[in-house]
Structures are given as C-alpha cells and as structure tokens.
Write a protein that binds this ligand. Structure first.
Ligand code: PBG
Length: 325
C-alpha cells in the first residue's frame, strides 16, 4: 500500500494515538540501579564526573532503599569500595565488607528489592586489574578461585543474584559449581557476557576507584570491532549456566544486543554505562541538549534493540519521569 492511500502520519497526529500504537515502551520495572557502597559512616560523596551519583556508606544506602522501591525500581546492583586494597584483592570476600553489609541493610529495609552484586576483583586490587597479576598479565585460572570466593561471600550475605563482570574464561561455570556445592543452586547468575574494552567506563573508574595502575583491560575485555565473538561468548556463558546475559556498554553496541536476543532468546540485560550517562549530563548542563528527552530516548532505544533489563544510573530519574508520564 502506498501514498496517498497509506499515510503514516495519520497515526502520529496526537499524543494519544502515538501512545496507542507505540511498539516499545519503558517502565521502571525494566531498570536496575547501580549503587557504589563505601566504608565509614554518613558518607555521601558525589562523583565528579557523574552528577547526581554518589559513593554512599551503609547508613545512607539503607535510607535509599525505600525510595528506590517506592519508585517501582525492582533491583539494584552493588559495587564496593573497600577500605583496604592489596595485590590479590583479599577484601573481596570479607563477610563485613561494604557490599556484604549493604546486602543485609537493603534486605532488612526493603526485602522486595532484588539485590544483585557485581563480582569482580578490580575494586579490591591495589593495581586495579580484574584478577591476579602474573608476568604483567591477569592470570585467568588463578583468578577464578578468587571470583568463586567473592561470589560465595555475596550469596552468604544474602544476595539475590550475582553478576560476574571480569571477563575471565570459564568463570560462569566455576561460580555455578561453587554456588551449587554450597547450597545456592537456586541463585541466578547474570553474566557480563559480552563486555567490551570501552572508553565509556571512564567515569565509573573514578566512582569505583578502580582505574588500572598500568596497562589496560584489552587482554580480557572484548575488542569493539567484534560481534561474532560476542555470540561465542554468550554461547559459552549459557552453556556454563548463565541465566541472564549482558551486553556492555549499551548504546554503542545496540547491534550486539539485537543479535544476541535474536540468536538465543535468553533474557538480555544491557548496561547503559557511566560514560553514556556522563555525556548526556554534561551536554544537558550546558543546555546543549534536553537531558530528560535524551535519557528516555536512549533507554527506549536499548529496550527496542532487544534488552529486557537495563542497568542505568538514570534509573531513579527515569522512573520519576515515567511516573509523571
Ligand atoms: C568492573 C566493572 C566495570 C564496570 C562495571 N563493572 C568497569 C571496568 O570494567 O573497567 C563499568 C560500569 C560503568 O562504566 O558504568 N569490572
């Protein structure tokens, strides 16, 4: 059917009709809010490159929990900033570390929140890499043991889901085995399955104080030019027991989200990372773009590409905007 019989503009005439025929819509229940948990008391320190996002101590995290839940955001993902870092990230499995304590605080205050934990060594190592260093590179198999201990300590503290983000080979299988052997066979794993070596993580590394002290992460995170490899990574992780697979970052990799959804039909999460957040915030501060519209347009495009879940620093702001309508 063609013009003038078919006039697509008929269905764009006003907001009501546009809403009625909208194919993809966003809801607060699609969103997962990342939280940066630190040690100490009464800490609420704004991250310079991420306006509106804070490192918070447990007491402040506890205060946030109810608000997050009342906005209809079902879930948070926790990142820890420990008091002590060393070569092997020994504080990662501290039963009283920031993440472990935050899990308990949130579950106590708002048990309905699904608490996910990021499982990675980079926040706990003095050199900032995601594992143990041998011969100036991250040693894969030695790192797996540490990741298993970290994941288990999160599970024991009461986490509802663990999310390994380190990109070591075989980590999903190793963590699945550890959880199963310790009575956590019902705890789901969300794998950062296709995680690219990206410049868009810059502001996060300020927030989590996890910038590598030497080199970069290109020997374990993926090359931005690759998409077949992303499918192989996802296939491996599903085989090893991943329940949800993630693509990260989101906006520069919408094609990857789409292909993974089409190929596997598994629940797909996408991480709208720190740089994607900061870019919009910075431009909006200068009045160069309408920040709210750019935020909602970004999020809906990630969902349209095929993501079921979106991890985003915009979660609270977006939920408020969606509730207002
Ligand atoms: C930890 C981790 C990173 C992010 C999430 N988990 C940083 C990295 O790999 O350097 C990035 C999140 C963001 O930029 O918002 N490995």
């Amino acid at each position: 059917m063609s013009f003038p019989i078919y006039r697509p503009r008929r269905l764009r005439k006003n907001d009501t009709i546009r809403k009625m025929v909208r194919e993809t819509s966003l809801s607060p229940s699609d969103l997962i809010l990342p939280l940066f948990v630190t040690y100490g008391k009464n800490v609420k320190k704004e991250i310079k490159s991420m306006p509106g996002i804070f490192q918070m101590s447990i007491d402040n995290i506890r205060k946030e929990a109810k608000e997050i839940s009342s906005l209809g955001i079902p879930s948070v993902i926790l990142f820890g900033i420990p008091e002590h870092k060393d070569e092997i990230g020994s504080s990662a499995n501290d039963p009283h570390g920031p993440v472990q304590e935050a899990i308990k605080a949130i579950k106590d205050k708002a048990p309905e929140i699904m608490v996910i934990t990021d499982v990675c060594m980079c926040e706990y190592t003095s050199h900032g890499h995601c594992g143990i260093i041998k011969n100036k590179d991250v040693d894969n198999d030695a790192t797996l043991e540490l990741l298993c201990e970290e994941a288990l300590s999160h599970a024991e503290a009461g986490a509802d889901m663990v999310a390994p983000s380190d990109m070591m080979d075989g980590r999903i299988g190793a963590i699945r085995d550890t959880l199963d052997e310790n009575g956590f066979s019902n705890l789901p794993i969300m794998s950062y399955a296709a995680k690219y070596a990206s410049a868009f993580y810059g502001p996060f590394r300020d927030a989590a104080e996890s910038t590598p002290k030497f080199g970069d992460r290109r020997s374990y995170q993926m090359d931005p030019g690759n998409s077949e490899e992303a499918l192989r990574e996802v296939a491996l992780d599903i085989e090893e027991g991943a329940d949800i697979v993630m693509v990260k970052p989101a906006l520069p990799y919408l094609d990857i989200i789409y292909r993974i959804k089409e190929s596997f039909g598994y629940p797909v999460a996408a991480y709208n990372v720190s740089g994607e957040y900061s870019i919009i915030k910075a431009a909006a501060e200068r009045d160069w773009i309408d920040g709210q519209r750019a935020m909602l347009e970004s999020l809906v495009s990630i969902k349209r590409a095929g993501a079921d879940l979106i991890l985003t620093y915009f979660a609270k702001e977006a939920a408020k905007a969606l509730i207002r309508g």
